[in-house]
Every structure is written in structure tokens, then in C-alpha cells.
Design a protein around this ligand. Structure first.
Ligand SMILES: O=C(O)CCC(=O)C(=O)O
Ligand SMILES: [Fe+2]
Length: 360
């Protein structure tokens, strides 16, 4: 079917999307070779389509613990910007970190910097399989990007407009500096951990292959999210599954009209040499998305932010003493022992770890 025959009834659009998602060849369990790298067929499918769904990454127990903490966090969302109490009238502990609808009271869309707000999220950030996968794609000295919960409330969950996240590594004509095999400068990937079922009606949609060309180059525009796109594919997941999405891909999600919320925990990783020395506008290093603030990332900035990876690994090691921890080979500054002093340091008002988030 070509795009000219669209729009079609939404239930047909969703059903078609589901079929495409199941046949595209970019989903399945994480698989590594003997040296601990992602197998080549997964890398090839990721580089071709711009995304890959990894099934059953988190154990059922870890998923339950994570979902429990994040649901409790969401339940404590402020009812409004002026009234930082939750629906039960209790103070909203992290009120400033919530993005909430201005039109409809109580509708959460985003909770920024989740690894500071939830220990379960901090531990998931250091999942050895996730970090091995990140090292395979971004190199052993991979670095952090940003973390958040994307939340699509039931019945009237807000859409995410069609967009490409990457704003930096394009030519003037909008060609990606990232080469088809993933080498060259990249905008990194968003890894989203499913914390609820993600269905065609409420999930993220991606246009396969769209990561090679920037739609905003030469005065171009993104399509409105009201639009059906013939090539778009839904990211179908069950709790404990993860997806990686190239931040150069065109992606978005339709308003969630279903009776079920959709919650994903975003954990992002970059290539170190795509960040150091790069000038861009930062929109993530704010308590909630903000800026845009002109910035050039120095090596010192990047090494300071990279500390969150070994800190999270240590937090995870303490909780899962029988698991073999991931060994981070990247450089970082600061101490990597997770304890109350480290927690106080990364959450200190005015010097929170997220002030080093790296928009590319
Ligand atoms: O989960 C969504 O709907 C949006 C996520 C997104 O835009 C991103 O991960 O960059
Ligand atoms: Fe995005």
C-alpha cells in the first residue's frame, strides 16, 4: 500500500502496523558472540531499520520491582504546577521533575532524570546485558545521554509529535554523518524499557531507514502527528522488553485513547567521540526539558557525566551480589562507590548529575 491510499480507518492502520512489526526482522532476544559483542545480524538489522526490539531483557522480578517503583513515582505526580501535591493530597516529592499537561489537570507526560528518583531505575541503567549492547554499538568508552520516563496516560495520553531527536551531526543538506554501518559521528540511541504493554494504539512508531536524512534541512518540516504514515512501524513490547531507537530516526506516538497507560523508561547512551568538542543546543540538562542552551561539551564535562555508569554498576552489584557486573572500560572522573555520600553528591541542589546531560 502506498501513502496516497492513506488515511485508512485507525484499527486497520494499527493491524497493518502490527504485521509489519512482526515481519521486519528487527526483534528478538539479545544475542552476543564469544567476545561479548552483539551478533552481526542484530547490528545489521539495527543499522538498516534504525531500531531493534530486544525481548525479555529484564527478569520478571526485576521488571516487577522497577514497575512498582515507577508506578509509585507516577502516583505522586503533582496535580498542577501551582499545587505540588498528588491526587491524594500528599506533597509531590519530585514535583519539579514532572512534565504535566497544562490543559488537563493531572496528566503526566514525562518524568525527567529517573535514575535519581528511583533506585530500581538506577539499577536497570547498569543491567549487564544492556551495557554490553551499548558498548557494542557505541564502543567500549560509550557515555550517558539522558534518562526519563515517557508516560502515556490511559484514555487521554498526550501524543509525541513526529520528530528526529538528533540536531547536530548532519551535513548542511541534511545527510547523516553516521555511515550506514554505524561508523562516523552519531546522535546515539534511545533505549526504552517497557514498563507496561506497548501496543499499536499507545506505543512509539518509527519510520525504518529514516535515520539517514534530516527532515528539517533546507526548511523542511516534520509531518503532524495526526498523520498516518504508510512506512511507519509500531514498537511492540511487553514489560521487560527494550527497544533501541537511533536518535536520528523519525519517530512519534499517537494520542493514547486506550484504557491502558503506556510507560517506558528511557535510558540513553552516546559514542564518546560524537560528544566531546561538539557544539549544539542542550535541551535535556534542565529539571524538565528546557533551553535550548548553546553548549560545547568539553572532555571534563563528559568524564564527569560518565561517572553515573560505574556508580550505577556499583549500586546494582550491591543489590544483585550473584550477578557478574558489567566492566566499564570508559574513562570518568569521581568516585565510583555507591553509598549515601555518593547519592548526596549526585542529587545536591544546584549540582545534580543531570546538569551534565548531553543533547546531540
Ligand atoms: O516514547 C515516546 O512516545 C517518545 C519517545 C521519544 O521521542 C524518544 O525516546 O526520543
Ligand atoms: Fe524522540
Amino acid at each position: 500500500m502506498t501513502e496516497d491510499t492513506l488515511p485508512i480507518p485507525w484499527d486497520q492502520y494499527y493491524a497493518r502496523g502490527r504485521e509489519k512489526a512482526e515481519s521486519l526482522g528487527n526483534r528478538g532476544p539479545l544475542r552476543f558472540d564469544d567476545s561479548g559483542n552483539l551478533v552481526q545480524d542484530i547490528l545489521d538489522a539495527y543499522h538498516e531499520t534504525g531500531f531493534y526490539v530486544f525481548t525479555d531483557v529484564l527478569s520478571a522480578d526485576e521488571t516487577a520491582e522497577l514497575v512498582g517503583e515507577l508506578n509509585a513515582l507516577i502516583a505522586n505526580a503533582p496535580v498542577s504546577r501551582d499545587n505540588p501535591v498528588d491526587r491524594d493530597g500528599k506533597p509531590s516529592k519530585f514535583a519539579e521533575y514532572f512534565s504535566i499537561s497544562e490543559d488537563e489537570p493531572g496528566i503526566v507526560s514525562l518524568v525527567s532524570h529517573t535514575i535519581m528518583l528511583s533506585d530500581a531505575a538506577l539499577r536497570t541503567y547498569a543491567h549487564p546485558k544492556i551495557l554490553r549492547m551499548a558498548a557494542s554499538i557505541n564502543g567500549p568508552d560509550f557515555i550517558p545521554f539522558h534518562e526519563a520516563i515517557h508516560y502515556k496516560a490511559s484514555h487521554n495520553g498526550l501524543p509525541t509529535r513526529w520528530h528526529q531527536d538528533g540536531r547536530t551531526h548532519w551535513t548542511e543538506d541534511g545527510a547523516a554523518l553516521e555511515r550506514p554501518d554505524g561508523s562516523g559521528k552519531t546522535h546515539g540511541f534511545n533505549l526504552s524499557v517497557a514498563c507496561s504493554p506497548c501496543t499499536p494504539e499507545n506505543c512509539l512508531w518509527v519510520i525504518p531507514g529514516s535515520q539517514h536524512q534530516w527532515r528539517l534541512a533546507r526548511g523542511g518540516k516534520f509531518p503532524p502527528i495526526t498523520e498516518q504514515i504508510g512506512a511507519a512501524v509500531p514498537v511492540l513490547m511487553e514489560p521487560g522488553d527494550c527497544v533501541i531507537v537511533n536518535r536520528s530516526s523519525l519517530h512519534g506516538s499517537y494520542p493514547n485513547r486506550t484504557p491502558n497507560h503506556r510507560m517506558t523508561l528511557l535510558l540513553g547512551y552516546h559514542k564518546r567521540d560524537s560528544a566531546i568538542g561538539t557544539s549544539t543546543t542542550n535541551v535535556h540538562a534542565f529539571v524538565r526539558p528546557g533551553g535550548p542552551e548553546p553548549v560545547t561539551y568539553s572532555k571534563a564535562d563528559v568524564l564527569k557525566r560518565a561517572r553515573m555508569i560505574p556508580l550505577a554498576i556499583d549500586a546494582r552489584r550491591q543489590h544483585y551480589p550473584d550477578e557478574t557486573p558489567f566492566e566499564y572500560a570508559g574513562e570518568y572522573t569521581g568516585d565510583a562507590t555507591w553509598n549515601e555520600a555518593a547519592r548526596a553528591e549526585i542529587t545536591a541542589e544546584g549540582n545534580e548529575y543531570w546538569r551534565g546531560d548531553i543533547t546531540l
